[in-house]
Design a protein around this ligand. Structure first.
Ligand code: HEC
Ligand code: HEC
Length: 210
């Protein structure tokens, strides 16, 4: 995509994100969470999210990697389970027991390492369908704004599951439902494999010692 077009797309969508009520508006920055309290709240989460290659049962796909996601995105993801915009039953029951302040504490705990960074160059040739995605998720899947999740190094089957859910409308997001609706099954497969193979990418957070 020409640089000028992708820039205006980004500006447009940055405006969209603000108007759809992102928690990260510059003029009302949310207070930073407390990572020590977050560690206590996150204890049960680690039973799934800190186990490498842990899988969801029905349907079968990997539990997403959280290490390296920006804290603002983690807060927004948890809020979406709480609101019902995302429908996973376990995640909904976890999130509905918590407050926004709890989400910020947990996000601060998972984000004690710095967010995922780009490598020297993207790995492999991006599929044609990735052009539009790269305006927000970056050339190699590292989100260019805190609200845009990093896809680099994420499990391919989780990325695929997410794209299918947007396309079906069982995961609601004004921005992503539009983009995913235009994808074929083959596009979804190729895009998932491309972003999953990017390095260094996201990681599985470690279990605390002791
Ligand atoms: C039983 C296993 C399990 C437990 C316990 C669990 N999760 Fe999850 N989590 C999942 C699965 C599976 C998904 C993917 C759900 C989907 O497809 O939407 C997920 C998704 C997420 C996401 C979205 C990731 C993304 O890339 O958008 C976040 C954030 C998250 N979990 C945080 C937590 C936190 C915080 C806790 C504890 C309060 C927790 N999870 C407890 C299994 C679990
Ligand atoms: C305008 C910016 C923008 C564009 C372009 C865009 N996305 Fe997204 N994407 C987002 C935002 C914002 C979210 C978070 C939505 C949510 O919370 O469900 C997201 C979420 C996702 C997720 C879920 C990640 C997770 O951890 O659960 C995947 C997968 C994804 N996008 C893939 C793509 C692909 C593939 C394309 C191109 C076809 C694309 N996106 C285009 C902004 C964008």
């Amino acid at each position: 995509m020409p640089a000028k077009l992708s820039l205006s797309l980004v500006a447009l969508t940055a405006a969209l994100v603000v108007s759809f009520g992102s928690p990260a508006r510059a003029d009302e920055a949310a207070p930073a969470g407390d990572p020590a309290h977050g560690a206590k709240l996150a204890y049960t989460c680690l039973g799934c999210h800190a186990i490498a290659d842990y899988r969801n049962a029905y349907p079968d796909y990997h539990v997403p990697k959280l290490g390296g996601q920006h804290p603002d995105y983690l807060v927004s993801a948890l809020s979406e389970y709480k609101s019902g915009a995302r429908q996973h039953p376990t995640m909904r029951s976890q999130a509905t027991q918590m407050t926004e302040a709890n989400f910020r504490d947990i996000a601060a705990y998972f984000a004690t390492a710095t967010p995922a960074k780009s490598g020297p160059a993207p790995v492999g040739t991006p599929p044609k369908a990735a052009e539009v995605c790269q305006a927000c998720h970056g050339p190699d899947g590292v989100g260019i704004l805190p609200e845009y999740p990093t896809l680099a190094g994420q499990h391919a089957d989780y990325i695929e599951q997410a794209l299918r859910a947007y396309r079906k409308g069982t995961r609601q997001n004004a921005i992503m439902q539009g983009f995913a609706g235009a994808l074929s099954d083959a596009d979804i497969r190729e895009l998932s494999l491309y972003f999953a193979r990017q390095k260094p990418g996201l990681w599985v957070p470690a279990l605390p010692k002791g």
